[in-house]
Design a protein around this ligand. Structure first.
Ligand SMILES: Nc1ncnc2c1ncn2[C@@H]1O[C@H](COP(=O)(O)OP(=O)(O)OP(=O)(O)O)[C@@H](O)[C@H]1O
Ligand SMILES: [Mg+2]
Length: 363
């Protein structure tokens, strides 16, 4: 799968610009603050309906303007697909697929698939468990709409359960809770099973990527601690039992202490905790290996690679790792951003270089 073109109107620092991409390595270059990440962000937006960095959609509208619009055409095994998103000042947006408006943002997932890496993805390795859950959620939502909808339902039910836990009337809680718990367990099981399968498939591929990028020196392992395995019914049953066992604790804290919203992944390099012992470059390589493994999983599951967006990934990697990165891209479409361009970084491969200056493509 690859994106052929991208048009940005009043998006971030672009007033009206159109990018053409090749189905190989594309590199957006330019000095700092010219709009490279903005363009990368727009591609990810078209794939998921979400920004990898803005908390509010309206932040993407060019200062002083009322509306913004991004659109693009991608080609996949199943034909051409065009996506358009309009952003409005009231923080609303509308999404069109092949010219038809879709009412649920979930419909966007999976049409044009992408994997996004930027320096803040280092959080994936360094920071809170929330970032690791986000990684799994975005990836799994692109792989399965059912996962996305199960997650949305889970979050809604969880919020209602947490509200109820704050109620003073304990007998009312004990009467009402089992109904919520049944529903919560059903959705939790779908999420847990999805994540179990995801990590089982991801781990060996990520290990192989890390080994390649580090020239055979580093072995990456990962572990989760949810502890639930088996069929949907098994997981749902055990989860429901655990919710009952944890009720007193939940009542004490006023929220649900257990569940997919508390999951985490632990990473080790050569048996040492990555967060504690690995260097910046190693941590960056781990995050990258995870993303590349994710791309391979898309290929395994859907028969084609996603668009791989690599924002500012090259800084902090030595030239050897940079070259190894390009040679591990196989026949994926990649969109890189970098400030200092040199062909050497891309191990001499053909690249489509796009120079950006102040929100404009330099001809
Ligand atoms: N809504 C907006 N309207 C106008 N300009 C914006 C808006 N949002 C961000 N910008 C500006 O876009 C500029 C370019 O940002 P971008 O993050 O794309 O830079 P970059 O080329 O990736 O730079 P770097 O090399 O430092 O990562 C910034 O100066 C930022 O202030
Ligand atoms: Mg940038």
């Amino acid at each position: 799968m690859f994106i052929k073109n991208l048009t940005l109107k009043n998006f971030r620092n672009y007033s009206n610009e159109c990018f053409n991409f090749t189905n190989g390595i594309n590199v957006l270059t330019g000095s700092n603050a010219q709009g490279k990440t903005n363009a990368a962000e727009a591609i990810f937006f078209l794939c998921t309906g979400y920004s990898p960095r803005a908390n509010k959609d309206k932040q993407v509208i060019l200062y002083g303007e009322e509306e913004a619009e991004i659109s693009g055409t991608a080609e996949s095994l199943y034909g051409e697909i065009s996506v358009k998103i309009k952003f409005f000042k009231n923080d609303k947006k509308s999404v069109y697929i092949n010219g038809l408006q879709v009412l649920k943002i979930g419909e966007l997932f999976g049409n044009v698939k992408s994997v996004f890496f930027n320096p803040s993805e280092l959080k994936l390795v360094q920071e809170s468990p929330e970032d690791r859950r986000r990684f799994m959620n975005i990836s799994l939502s692109q792989m399965s709409k059912n996962y996305f909808y199960a997650l949305s339902r889970y979050n809604k039910i969880l919020a209602q359960r947490n509200n109820l836990l704050k109620n003073k009337d304990v007998s009312l809680i004990k009467e009402t809770l089992p109904v919520w718990d049944k529903q919560l367990s059903t959705e939790a099981a779908k999420i847990i099973k999805g994540r179990n399968e995801f990590l089982e498939e991801l781990a060996p591929i990520a290990e192989e990527k890390q080994r390649f990028l580090s020239d055979g020196k580093e072995t990456l392992k990962m572990k989760t601690e949810s502890g639930y395995t088996g069929s949907l019914e098994d997981i749902s049953y055990c989860f429901f039992q655990d919710l009952q066992l944890g009720l007193e604790k939940d009542l004490y804290f006023g929220f649900t202490n257990l569940g997919p919203h508390r999951d985490d992944i632990k990473f080790t390099l050569n048996d040492k905790d990555v967060r504690v012992y690995s260097s910046q470059g190693q941590q960056r390589t781990v995050a990258l290996s995870l993303k590349l493994a994710e791309a391979e999983m898309f290929k395994n599951r859907f028969g084609e690679y996603p668009i791989v967006i690599l924002d500012d990934v090259l800084s902090e990697l030595d030239l050897k790792r940079q070259k190894r990165l390009s040679s591990s891209l196989n026949d994926m479409q990649a969109v890189f951003t970098c400030t200092e361009f040199s062909k050497a970084k891309f191990s001499g491969k053909n690249v489509n270089r796009i120079k950006i200056e102040n929100g404009k493509i330099k001809k």
